[in-house]
Each structure stands twice: as structure tokens, then as C-alpha cells.
Design a protein around this ligand. Sequence first.
Ligand code: SF4
Length: 369
Amino acid sequence: MNGVYIHIPFCKSKCPYCDFYSYRYNDEQREKYVDAIIDEITTNRRASEFLKKPFSADTLYLGGGTPSVLTGEQLYKIIDTAKKEYHLPPDAEITVECNPGSDIESLIPYFKKAGVNRISLGMQSAVTKERQQLGRSADKERIRKVINLLEENGINNISLDIMLGVPSQTNESLEESLQFAVGCRVKHISAYILKIEEGTFFHKNINRYTFPDENTVCDFYYHCSEFLETNGYSHYEISNFALPGFESRHNTKYWKLTNYLGIGAAAHSYIDGKRFYFESDSEKFINGTEAVFDGNGGDYEEYIMLRLRLKEGFPLSELSRIYGEKHVKKIIKKAPLFKEQGFVNFDGENISLTDKGFLLSNNIIAELI
Ligand code: SF4
């Protein structure tokens, strides 16, 4: 079944590491943008070239930016319209990314009314000093309060983000973040390694910060994986951990090359082997810009690249069925050496990356394809 992603590009301020399409907004622009989103959901006018049939989905994901800077009415309108237009079933996974510093209290009644059942909270670190350096305001007590409030209102599927490699991070401070996340009994944890992207504040001011070195970050990653696995979280994707049954259904569609429709500025889509996107410009989106074709997707390289992000990897029989036997032969030739070096699990039929392989995934995947 398909997924739908809706991009909300608004934030209260810009975090120093962020290279997503997001910016400070004003109320008028926010209103117009929401109207443009609703219009596109209702008509699929701009994506119609790629959507040849009525589109149904079983996951809806509002990401950003910060969707929780929308008003409750705006969020409800978007979700309710998408539910109707994309025929979401009663058990659809509906996720909203939230900043714990937002006025979540005022949004909860609308979340309940709209059937939101999953919240992804941008925590990044439970350590106040680290959070401040990352431009995040809410403290640990606020995050815990938001989690409790959501749970009291029946939204139990909560994900927390943790960032590895942030300025001044130590084994002890990482341990504090991990203990906090596990202590909150959240169902899902995303642990990302910080990448200093060009154009960000961190990139421009790199000498003002002390970042942990590469080996230390690798140790953080191993520790994070071991700690969370010991506490019952499965390391089901390079950067994602979940209690049994709480893997992100929506994000798994990206890694399994399942169709998804992206709506809003900077949103990308993959439908029946074709990729298209909307430009990173909300004014253009408001003014009716067309979707841009981004070429064909889903070739065997992409399949291997995406499937190896998942702990389960993929069976060679599936690769052969979809893309032909010649690619299987290449893998059979190279996999045993990577297995010997501890980078892959390979039993002759299924191939997947180990934790060590996850850290070097780009190199291993490049070798395999
Ligand atoms: S809240 Fe998220 S999207 Fe907004 S600036 Fe920070 S990292 Fe970027």
C-alpha cells in the first residue's frame, strides 16, 4: 500500500545543523500554504501527470520543518482532507513531527479528532547544554511532560530523535540521552550521526565548536546500538530502533521502494518507478508550480542501496526475480569477503549489513553494486 508525505517548511528559528528546507514564517504565508496543500490533496492537479489513477494510502506523515507550528485547526484540516481523499483505512499510521517546545497542549484535541496515532519528537539530546548548542529550547522535564500528555490522550506510539556527534558530546552525556529515552518507554528511537552540511551555521562556524572525532562517533554508534538492543529495541534500520511492532510503517516504504506521494515545497515522490518533486520554494508552491520530473527510479542499484539500510537486508531470489541473475552473481562473488571482515551477514540466500557494515554502508554498497 502507498504512503503520503506532507512537508511543512516552517520553523520558529533555524537550528545550526539544519539543511532542510525550512524557515521562519508569518501567519499569512502559513495560511496560504495550508490552503495550497489542501488544494493539491483535493485535486492532485500538479501531480496528475504521474498519478494516473485514484491514489490510496495507509500511512500519512507530516514532516518538516516543524508541523507543530501549525494551528490545531490547520493540522486537522490537512489530515482530515488527506484521510478522505487518499482513502486511509481506520488502522492507517498517521505521524506528525513535533517540536516538544511547541504548544502541544493546544494541538492534542485536534490530534485526537484527526486520528493522529504517532508522534515523532525532535529531542536530539536530553542534555540541556547539548540541546542549547543545537538550537533546541525545551528541556528534559518539558519533553517528559509532552510524552506523558500524549500518552494520557491515547497517543502511545512516540518516537524520539537522538543525535550522535554533537559538540561536546561524551560517553556520559550520550548515556544520559539514551537512559532518558529508554526511561520514557518511547516505542521508537531514531539515532542520527550529525553531518556538517555546507551552508549551515555549524559549517560556517566550525572552528567555534569542539566536535567528537570520527572514531569517537563510531564508538557512540556501537554503544547506542548495543544499549538500545539490550533494552528491547530492534536496530531495524541504519539509524532507527523500535520496540517489536513499532517500526515506522511510513519510512519503511522509502526503504522498500513502495510508492509514496510527497506534497508541498521540497516534497519528493516515487510512483510506479518515476520520481518527481516540488521545488524548495513555498511561494512557488502557493502559486501553483508544477511538479518536476526527477527521472526513473527503482533500478537495482537503488534497490540494493535502500534494502541494505534495513537490518533484514534482502533475499537474492527477490533481486534475481526483479532485476535478473547477473546482479546476483556479482553479490555472490563479493559477499563472502565482506562476511569474513564482519561487514555483512550472508547465508547464500539472504544478505544484510552488520552494525559494523551499517557504519561503512556507503562503501560496502558501492562495492556490491
Ligand atoms: S526544527 Fe528541524 S527543520 Fe526546523 S530548523 Fe531545526 S532541524 Fe531544521
